[in-house]
Design a protein around this ligand. Structure first.
Ligand SMILES: Cc1ncc(C[n+]2csc(CCOP(=O)(O)OP(=O)(O)O)c2C)c(N)n1
Length: 638
């Protein structure tokens, strides 16, 4: 493709030198570039195709890095990256050492705010506006948020504070009517009514005429006329107006000239504004328009057809979707709840088989947890199925509402462990740490898919309070679940291999790594026991103490931050009972782990069987003589 215009853009200032009449062509070039390059790397194609004109217009009118543009979630920030000097790195997208799939303050001075979780842009932008007002700055602050961000409570918490915080603040509501799945709830319906109302076309035309009318004139001089003009083009949304933001729109978010004129006008206003724009997710690419949910974010695909490689082994998410649906066939109390991730969490099957007991509550994890708590008080058996990283949002609800009241809520933490190419905003590396200190909350992790179903069955039959399960992204060993699941004994580990010198406790997906480590140790003449702990809480202290007393070294392995993880629970217990057997803890180090493939990152951070075996061999080495001498001398001194 001849990207003649794109070749001229190395930074936003270059964009401002391109004639406005060529910007449509530029948008076309950017679309082609996105479709071609993401076919190789994967990524958030649909959302970015939808914001091409918006991103061009924003960078045409606002001057980053001085002006601040915040993108909610920031998965739609690829065009912004292309326009802010990162085009040549697009082929490294989401790969280790390459561009992050979200905005990162450390990646570019044009990324004023990093994100990955939804519903943060408005509050953070408001903080920036307040800081600007306090320090006498004059920069513009713009928050760009999708319609699904308006299903987040935090967005309303921000709106609740705008009017009394600042006079200069611009929120752009990018409405494409889709979250990852179709956006749900009353707000989505409200926005949908505006977009589909026959008045929309009329409003849009009026908006276009209005901005044309003020175009080229000094808007400030026309303040009173503008006010009355704006009033005429106010859409049927009293919601935002009542919150103290002037509502403007809805306008066509693919009309670059209109967007530019509108931004030029809005930046002269001395009052907070919400601009509602309508866009099409996946615009310009047939497969993405046909399947907005699939093309929200995906791996590699055939650019001509949009085809992707079919997966052969069912993922943990697919298994939970099917399993819960099967259980719900026989148990009328089972309910499944997702926070805007029906596909990601595998609940689509549940939604079609049990629509009356399926809830997609939007991006509202706190609400989802409280909603589940309420259901549980009425004897229902809710399964709250949320990615580990997003469950962080609901921590207080899990403590204060679910656990404190000992309610029968099943917490299903999908994508627990390293998420890989999505990076630090999406790794599920903290859930053991944030759940294990909650009194009475049971937590487990299966070693494979077969045990996963047994655990889900155990959860379905557990009626004594909250119970949580964590499981990784993708599939596991491929172990096929049995036709009839087993009920597992709570707090009982499984000994997979006996050994007398070392005991390896491999949690969940790291059970496989523990078995491999045992093989490597055996080659060195070390007999290692391998234990599948199953339960993080309650810990099987009997099995732990048995092996801690009977071997020379204990090693824990887990797909979790080493600080506060399963190994930390083991260390605490050994310390409490006064067992001094050396302990090697394998887990992710105490730092935010960057994005990259799981295999590269495991290698880098010593999370492989070989690295574990090496650490163990090192720890088993007899103490060097000099250390012994120092210790002896110190003892004599005492
Ligand atoms: C707290 C949280 N929950 C769930 C998600 C997963 N997620 C990522 S993008 C997205 C939908 C975003 O939709 P919208 O904001 O309308 O933007 P669009 O992709 O449609 O442009 C969701 C649910 C998230 N990032 N953060």
């Amino acid at each position: 493709m001849n990207s003649s215009l794109l070749n001229r853009i190395n930074n936003p200032a270059d964009l401002r030198n391109i004639p406005e009449s060529d910007l449509g062509l530029l948008a076309q070039e950017i679309r082609e570039e996105l479709i071609g390059s993401l076919a190789e790397t994967g990524g958030h194609l649909g959302p970015n195709l939808g914001v091409v004109e918006l991103s061009i217009a924003l960078h045409r009118v606002f001057e980053t890095p001085k002006d601040k543009i915040l993108f909610d979630v920031s998965h739609q920030g690829y065009v912004h990256k292309i326009l802010t000097g990162r085009r040549s790195q697009m082929s490294t997208m989401r790969q280790h050492g390459g561009l992050n799939g979200f905005l990162l303050r450390s990646e570019s001075m044009h990324d004023c705010y990093g994100a990955g979780h939804a519903g943060t842009a408005l509050s953070a932008a408001l903080g920036m506006a307040a800081a600007r007002d306090m320090t006498g700055g004059n920069e513009h602050v713009v928050a760009v948020a999708g319609d699904a961000a308006f299903t987040c409570g935090t967005s309303y918490e921000a709106l609740n504070n705008v009017a009394e915080t600042t006079r200069r603040f611009l929120v752009i509501l990018n409405d494409n009517q889709w979250s990852i799945a179709k956006n749900t709830g009353a707000i989505a319906e409200h926005l949908n009514r505006i977009a589909t109302s026959p008045a929309y076309e009329h409003l849009h035309d009026q908006a276009a005429k209005f901005v044309e009318w003020i175009g080229g004139k000094t808007a400030r001089k026309l303040a009173h006329k503008i006010k009355s003009g704006v009033k005429q083009i106010i859409g049927p949304s009293v919601l935002f107006e009542n919150l103290g933001l002037r509502y403007f729109g809805p306008i066509d978010g693919h009309d670059i000239s209109l967007l530019i004129r509108t931004f030029e006008f809005l930046k002269t206003l001395n009052e907070p504004v919400l601009l509602h724009i309508m866009t099409k997710k996946g615009k310009g690419y047939g497969p993405a328009i046909e399947k907005p949910d699939k093309f929200h974010g995906l791996g590699k695909y055939q650019p001509d057809t949009g085809e992707t490689q079919p997966t052969t082994t069912p993922t943990y998410s697919e298994i939970i979707g099917k399993t819960l649906s099967d259980f719900a066939d026989h148990n009328r109390k089972i309910v499944a709840i997702t926070a805007a991730m029906p596909n990601g969490t595998g609940l689509t099957q549940f939604a079609s088989r049990h629509p009356d007991r399926f809830y997609d509550v939007g991006i509202a994890e706190e609400h989802a947890a409280l909603f589940a708590a309420g259901m549980a008080t009425r004897g229902m058996k809710p399964f709250l199925t949320i990615y580990s990283t997003f469950m962080q949002r609901a921590f207080d609800m899990i403590v204060h509402d679910i656990a404190l009241q000992n309610l029968n809520v099943s917490l299903c933490m999908d994508r627990a462990g390293l998420s890989g190419d999505d990076g630090p905003t999406h790794h599920g590396l903290f859930d053991i740490a944030y759940l294990k200190s909650i009194p009475g909350l049971i937590q487990m992790q299966p070693k494979d898919e077969e045990e996963f179903v047994d655990m889900l069955w155990t959860m379905a039959n557990h009626h004594e309070g909250p119970i949580a399960i964590r499981y990784p992204r993708g599939s596991g060993t491929g172990a096929v679940p049995k036709a009839s699941p087993r009920l597992l004994e709570v707090g009982k580990a499984e000994v997979l291999r006996h050994g007398t010198e070392v005991a390896l406790f491999g949690l969940g997906n790291f059970c496989e790594v523990a078995l491999e480590t045992a093989d490597l140790l055996e080659k060195q003449g070390i007999k290692a026991a391998v234990i599948n702990p199953r339960w993080i809480k309650p810990l099987d202290v009997g099995t732990l103490e048995f092996f801690a007393r009977g071997t020379r070294l204990i090693c824990t392995l887990e797909d979790h931050a080493v600080t506060g993880g399963f190994g930390a629970a083991v260390a605490e217990h050994l310390s409490d009972v006064g067992i001094a057997t050396p302990l090697v803890r394998v887990g992710w180090p105490d730092q935010f782990i960057e994005h990259g493939s799981v295999s590269i990152l495991r290698e880098k951070y010593g999370m492989t069987a070989q690295a574990t075996a090496n650490r163990i061999m090192q720890s088993l080495k007899p103490e060097p003589q000099t250390n012994q001498k120092i210790r002896k001398a110190a003892k004599e001194l005492r």
